[in-house]
Design a protein around this ligand. Structure first.
Ligand code: NAD
Length: 395
């Protein structure tokens, strides 16, 4: 079939197998150019390994330090008539590249929140890796079924305390208008914490420790975004921010619970980037478009792979990691430079539908968004008749 993007609102419902492979290979090439990362993990579990920050972390581990990786993701396989989800094609491409490099990789395609998935992962670690020395927790999900109660919790993206009105860009129609988001109630906040907070990270670490598959001194990291004034009302101080605060609690709990193994647990604060998860958050597309404009002009623009590389070299495997007073790794340092934020804040009120393409990097945002699904990659013939089926065995 000839595969062209089918964008509906803030999602693209199909993906291009060759384009996704090209996108993965670009990130692998970036890592190869950087050269080896000293002292990094050799056996890595990546939970949420198929897109965005998790995929970039997996690439950094394998192509930065030759690490064997076991990944967990939740992706849709292809059929004869329908393409797979992008993460499925990304994983197929990663498997091919790791195999070509002679490095172990396996991926479990299942619900990371379930007990079954944890058991299957542990069985595979025992059989293939022995123990893991790094666990990356990079899930972004709108819902979670609690494995104990069987109740499914849905997260919400709402302000906390009071309603919030702000400028919002509809990325489909390119219309800019004010949206008002009503504040979340207590139940919505609690549900969001249940989905995106630290409970499942703790359950993973407990299960891995109980099964004796965590190496002595193993590290674990979970990802968060803090942002600044412009995004606080919808992120940092909103339902998702409350969930992310719970990661800080979980990091301390993990250190305490597994101090016999000297486990090092940190939350890593990463910059805003275009991913499937962030494009669903109101206000973020406009903020990211403005931020990219400013950071590209400053020469400090970064995407997932550059962030993953700096997380490994400047924080995870660095003798003096950049930590804040909450024991969090800070890789959002360039985005949050006061000069950078001041420029974004000055531009924010000036943006209109008419000057969107001059004042912001919306063109780059849109290209970046399409690349997530394998569209717009150099060297890919999008007129070619390609099969949606790819050759990869996910567990
Ligand atoms: P993403 O949507 O690109 O990736 C999500 C990953 O989670 C995918 O691999 C997906 O398959 C997996 N997943 C989702 N539900 C699952 C389930 N039930 N079982 C197994 N796997 C499942 O998202 P992302 O933007 O890379 O986000 C990853 C983390 O990084 C999140 O914690 C997010 O809050 C954080 N973060 C994102 C940004 C940003 O701007 N995108 C910034 C800072 C931190």
């Amino acid at each position: 079939m000839i595969i062209k993007p089918k964008v509906r609102g803030f999602i693209c419902t199909n993906a291009h197998p060759k384009g996704c492979a090209a996108h993965v290979n670009q990130q692998i090439e970036y890592m190869k150019v950087q050269g080896p990362i000293d002292g990094a993990a050799k056996k890595v579990l990546v939970i949420g390994c198929s897109t965005g920050y998790g995929l970039a972390s997996r690439i950094a581990a394998t192509f930065g330090s030759g690490a064997d990786t076991l990944g967990v993701c939740f992706e849709k396989p292809p059929t004869e008539r329908k393409t797979a989800s992008a993460g499925y094609y990304n994983t197929a491409a990663f498997h091919q590249a790791a195999k070509d490099a002679g490095v172990y990789c396996e991926t479990i395609n299942g619900d990371a929140f379930s007990n079954e998935c944890k058991t299957q992962t542990i069985d595979m670690i025992k059989a293939d890796l022995g123990k893991v020395d790094l666990v990356v927790y990079s899930l972004a999900s709108p819902r979670r079924t609690d494995p104990t109660t069987g109740v499914t919790h849905n997260s919400t993206l709402k302000p906390v305390g009071q309603s919030y009105t702000a400028k919002n860009l509809n990325t489909d129609t390119l219309k800019i208008s004010d949206i008002t988001l009503e504040p979340a109630n207590e139940e919505e906040i609690a549900n969001t914490v249940k989905v995106m907070g630290g409970e499942d990270w703790e359950l993973w670490m407990q299960a891995l420790a109980d099964a004796d598959v965590l190496a002595d001194g193993a590290k674990t990291v979970a990802y968060t975004y803090l942002g600044e004034k412009l995004t606080w009302p919808i992120y940092g101080h909103a339902t998702i921010g409350k969930a992310k605060e719970d990661l800080d609690r979980a990091a301390s709990a993990i250190i305490e619970q597994h101090n016999g193994l000297s486990v090092q647990a940190n939350v890593a604060v990463l910059k805003a980037v275009v991913t499937q998860a962030s494009s669903a958050i109101p206000i973020m597309p406009l903020y990211i478009s403005l931020m990219a404009k400013v950071m590209k002009e400053e020469g400090s623009h970064e995407d997932c792979i550059e962030q993953a590389y700096r997380l490994f070299t400047e924080c995870l495997y660095n003798e003096s990691p950049r930590l804040d007073d909450g024991n969090r790794f800070r890789v959002d340092d360039k985005e949050l430079r006061p000069e950078t934020q001041a420029k974004i804040e000055a531009l924010w009120p000036q943006v209109t539908e008419e000057n969107l393409f001059e004042l912001t990097d919306f063109k780059g945002y849109n290209e970046n968004f399409l690349r997530l699904f394998g569209f717009g990659l150099d060297g890919v013939d999008y007129e070619e008749d390609v099969s949606p089926l790819v050759d990869v065995e996910l567990k």
